[in-house]
Design a protein around this ligand. Structure first.
Ligand code: BGC
Length: 728
C-alpha cells in the first residue's frame, strides 16, 4: 500500500490531468443499468456502478475502466448488502434486539467477505435512522428507537464492513444512512416531511452519525426527506456545516436513489440542472442515478454552475477512497474464489445472531417445551413459509427453510402435525376451526404467525399494525382450546397484539431472522436455547398510539395511573394497564396508559436478581467531568433460576432539572452477560462528560449542574435507582 503523501500526490496529479467532464464522471453512480449499458457508461467515464452480479462481470467493467478510459481510474462497485450477501443474517432490528453489538460486527464481516469476493467494494449500510414510528416500513432496516443503541450498533457495522484496513481484500466501504432524521417521517409514511427542532435533531438523530464518523465510516448517504423545509440533498447546513465541517467527515456523501431528481417534486429545483447545482453546492459528492453526465459525453453542470474547488473537493474524496481500497493496484477478483454458497462457519454465525435476537415477550410456564417425546400441533402461515430472510435481501441469497422443517431437524423426538389453518391474508373461519378441532389430542400447540416481509422495508408503511388476515382469529381459536400453547411471531416491526395477548400463555418474538431463523426458533421452543433478547422498540397497544417511545419528555401534565403519586417523573413508556381519572393529563380516554411491551422488555427461562448499585463518586464537578473524570457505576446480577441464561443490563440516566425538558430516561450503556444457574457477575459502567449532557437548540453541548438519577437493571422495569449530583 502506498503511503498517504504518495497517495495525495497521485490524487493531485490525476486532478491536474482530468478534464471537467472526466471529473464529473467520477461524481455519479449509475443505478442498476443493464450490463451492456454499464459497459458503455464505464467507457464514457462513469466512476461508480451497481454490482453487475458476478466477479467475472465486475472484472470486465473494471478492465474497461482501467484500460479503455483516459486515466484508468477503477470503479466503485456498490450494492445494498444490508444484512447479508449469500448468508442472510437477521434483519437489523432483530440484531438490535440482541443488545450485543458483536453480532452486528460479525454480520458485517461475513457480509463484506462474501460481497467483496464477487467484486463489491461499497455497501449502502448501516442504516442508523432512529425510528420511533412502527408504521414506517423501514424500521426493519435500523436498530430501533434508541439513539445510543443506533450509535453502538452502527459503529459495530462500520467496523465489520471496513475491517482493520480498507486496503484488505475483504474490506468494503460502509455507508451510514440516511442523513438525517428520515425516521421522523410524518405519519410514518415513507419519504414524508420531517420538521424537527434543533435540539431533537442533535440529541436524537445526529448522534448515531457522529458515532459512525468517529468509527471511520467512509461514506454517508443523504436522506430523501426535507429537514425543516430543506431537502437533505440540497441542505448545505447538514451536509457541509455539520457533517463535513463540524464532525470532520472526510469521506464521500452519496445521494439516495434519484434523490437529486426528487428535488423537482419537492418543489426546490426548477429542473435537473438546477437540482444538481444545488446538491453539489450543498456538499453532495456522488449523485445516485447517473444524471450528472449526458449520453453524448457532456455534463449537465458547466464550470460556472458549481465552483471548481467544490468539484475538485468531491473528486478528491472519491479518488482517495479508490486508492485506500487498493483498486488502482488491483481492482480484479478471482472468479474461482467468489463465495456463492454460505460456509458452515457463516451459517453458524447467522444462527448465533438469530438466537441472540429472540425476545420472550410472555411466558406462563409453557416454554420451553423440552426435547422429550410429545405430540405437537404446528399451525399458522409461518409453519410452512420460507419467508424468513426479511427486507433488503439479495435475490441470489441462500434461501431459508421453514419452521416445520427446522422443528423436525432440531426436535426429532417430537411427533409434529402441521396445519396452516389460515394464510397471511384472507382466511376462512371453518378452516381455522378444523385446524384445532382435535386440539385435545396434542400435548402442545405452536402458532406461527407474522407479517410477510413484503409488508416491511422501503415504501412499505402500514396504517394498521395488527397481524394481517385472519391470524388473530387463529390465535384466539387455539387459545380457546385451553391446551398449552405458544405464539411465535415473525415480523419486521413492532406489531399490535392487544386483541389476543391476554388470551395466550406465551409469545416469542422471532422477527425475520434470516437463513437460520427457523432453526433458532426451533431451538428456543425446545429449550436448547434460552431467549435473552430485549425489545429495541416499544410495542404499542394500538396503531393510533404511535409514536410512543420510552425516552419521551415528561410534559407539564403527565398521565399517571389513578392513585399514583402526584407530580414527579412518570414513565408513560412503561406504565399500564389502567387509565387515569385525572382529566387534564396527556393520554387517550379510550386506551390504557403505556405500551403493550416497553422498550427493553424481554423474559428468560431463568430469573435474575440485582444487588444494590454502587455509584462512585456520587458528587462530581463540571470541571472534573470536563477534564475527563468519570463516575463509576457497578452492579452485581445473579442468575437466581435453574437454567443458564443471558441477562441484558441497562443503565439509564435522568437529568431532573434542566434548561430544556429532558427525556424521562435515556439509555447510556448496556451489556449482555451469560450466567450459569446461581452464577453472579458484576457489570461496570462509566459515565462522563459526553453521557450527562445534551445539545441545545443552537447546537451547543451542555452539561448542566444539578441532580441526576441513575437507573440500572434488566430494562426499564424494576430498575434500581440512585443519585448523582453534578456541581457547578
Ligand atoms: C434507498 C437506499 C438504498 C438505495 C440504493 C434507495 O431507494 O432509500 O437506502 O441504499 O435505494 O439501492
Amino acid at each position: 500500500m502506498t503511503s498517504a503523501p504518495v497517495q495525495d500526490q497521485l490524487v493531485e496529479n490525476l486532478l491536474e490531468a482530468m478534464t471537467w467532464e472526466e471529473k464529473l464522471g467520477q461524481l455519479q453512480i449509475a443505478f442498476r443499468p443493464r450490463l451492456q449499458d454499464a459497459a458503455d457508461l464505464v467507457r464514457g467515464g462513469i466512476g461508480a456502478i451497481f454490482w453487475p452480479r458476478s466477479a467475472a462481470a465486475t472484472n470486465e467493467l473494471q478492465r474497461i475502466a482501467r484500460e479503455e478510459t483516459a486515466h484508468g481510474i477503477p470503479l466503485l462497485v456498490g450494492l445494498d448488502v444490508i444484512h447479508g450477501q449469500r448468508t442472510t443474517f437477521p434483519v437489523p432490528l432483530a440484531q438490535a434486539a440482541s443488545f450485543d453489538p458483536a453480532v452486528s460486527e460479525t454480520d458485517a464481516r461475513v457480509t463484506a467477505q462474501e460481497a467483496a469476493s464477487g467484486g463489491v467494494n461499497w455497501t449502502f449500510s448501516p442504516m442508523i435512522d432512529v425510528s420511533r414510528d412502527p408504521r414506517w416500513g423501514r424500521v426493519v432496516e435500523g436498530f430501533g428507537e434508541d439513539t445510543y443503541v443506533n450509535s453502538v450498533f452502527g459503529a459495530a457495522k462500520v467496523r465489520g464492513y471496513q475491517g482493520d484496513s480498507l486496503g484488505d481484500p475483504d474490506s468494503i466501504l460502509a455507508c451510514a444512512k440516511h442523513f438525517v432524521a428520515y425516521g421522523q417521517a410524518e405519519g410514518g409514511r415513507d419519504y414524508n416531511t420531517v420538521d424537527v427542532s434543533g435540539q431533537r435533531l442533535r440529541n436524537v438523530y445526529l448522534d448515531p452519525f457522529r458515532a459512525a464518523v468517529d468509527a471511520g465510516v467512509a461514506t454517508v448517504m443523504a436522506a430523501f426527506n426535507t429537514v425543516s423545509g430543506r431537502p437533505a440533498h440540497a441542505n448545505h447546513h447538514l451536509l457541509t456545516s455539520i457533517l463535513k465541517d463540524e464532525f470532520g467527515f472526510e469521506g464521500v456523501v452519496v445521494g439516495d436513489a434519484d434523490g437529486v431528481v426528487n428535488l423537482l417534486d419537492h418543489g426546490i429545483a426548477e429542473d435537473l440542472d438546477d437540482a444538481l447545482r444545488q446538491s453539489f453546492a450543498a456538499g453532495l459528492d456522488i449523485e445516485m442515478g447517473g444524471n450528472v453526465t449526458t449520453s453524448d459525453g457532456g455534463t449537465r453542470l458547466g464550470p460556472g454552475d458549481v465552483p471548481s474547488a467544490r468539484v475538485d473537493d468531491a473528486v478528491r474524496r472519491v479518488l482517495r477512497l479508490k486508492l485506500a481500497l487498493g483498486l488502482f493496484a488491483d481492482p480484479y477478483r478471482s472468479p474461482g474464489d467468489e463465495v456463492v454458497v454460505p460456509s458452515s462457519e457463516s451459517r453458524r454465525a447467522a444462527l448465533t445472531t438469530a438466537e441472540k435476537g429472540l425476545v420472550l415477550l410472555k411466558n406462563h410456564s409453557v416454554l420451553p417445551l423440552g426435547t422429550a417425546r410429545q405430540r405437537v400441533l404446528l399451525v399458522g402461515p409461518y409453519a410452512n413459509s420460507t419467508d424468513h430472510l426479511g427486507a433488503w435481501v439479495q435475490s441470489f441469497a441462500e434461501p431459508a427453510g421453514s419452521l416445520a422443517e427446522a422443528i423436525r431437524e432440531e426436535c426429532p423426538e417430537w411427533d409434529v402435525t402441521v396445519r396452516e389453518g389460515t394464510g397471511f391474508f384472507g382466511g376462512d373461519l371453518d378452516l381455522i376451526g378444523q385446524a384445532v378441532a382435535d386440539a385435545a389430542d396434542f400435548d402442545a400447540i405452536v402458532v406461527a404467525v407474522g407479517e410477510p416481509s413484503a409488508l416491511t422495508g422501503e415504501a412499505s408503511s402500514r396504517s394498521d399494525l395488527r397481524l394481517p388476515g385472519a391470524q388473530e382469529q387463529l390465535i384466539r381459536a387455539v387459545a380457546a382450546t385451553g391446551r398449552p400453547s405458544a405464539v411465535v411471531m415473525f415480523n419486521g416491526r413492532p406489531l399490535v397484539t392487544s386483541d389476543w395477548i391476554d388470551a395466550v400463555p406465551a409469545l416469542l418474538e422471532a422477527w425475520h431472522s434470516g437463513l437460520e431463523g427457523p432453526r433458532a426458533v426451533a431451538r428456543a421452543l425446545s429449550g436448547a436455547v434460552n431467549p435473552g433478547g430485549r425489545l429495541p422498540m416499544t410495542f404499542p397497544r394500538s396503531s393510533s398510539q404511535v409514536p410512543i417511545y420510552y425516552d419521551h419528555e415528561n410534559t407539564g401534565r403527565p398521565a399517571k395511573v389513578s392513585g399514583s403519586l402526584a407530580g414527579g417523573v412518570v414513565d408513560v413508556g412503561l406504565m399500564g394497564p389502567g387509565n387515569t381519572d385525572d382529566h387534564y393529563t396527556s393520554k387517550y380516554k379510550d386506551l390504557d396508559l403505556g405500551p403493550q411491551f416497553p422498550f427493553g422488555h424481554g423474559l428468560s427461562y431463568t430469573t435474575f436478581g440485582y444487588a444494590e448499585v454502587d455509584v462512585s463518586p456520587t458528587t462530581i464537578t463540571l470541571a472534573e467531568l470536563q477534564a475527563g473524570r468519570t463516575v463509576k457505576v457497578a452492579v452485581t446480577v445473579t442468575n437466581t433460576g435453574d437454567l443458564t441464561g443471558d441477562e441484558v443490563t441497562m443503565l439509564f440516566i435522568r437529568d431532573l432539572v434542566a434548561s430544556l425538558a429532558q427525556p424521562v430516561r435515556r439509555l447510556r450503556a448496556f451489556t449482555r452477560n451469560s450466567l450459569g444457574a446461581g452464577e453472579t457477575k458484576t457489570s461496570s459502567f462509566e459515565l462522563g462528560w459526553k453521557d450527562l449532557g445534551f445539545s441545545d437548540n443552537n447546537g451547543r453541548y451542555l452539561v448542566e449542574p444539578g441532580a441526576f438519577e441513575i437507573h440500572v437493571g434488566g430494562g426499564l422495569e424494576g430498575t434500581a435507582r440512585c443519585g448523582l449530583d453534578v456541581l457547578a
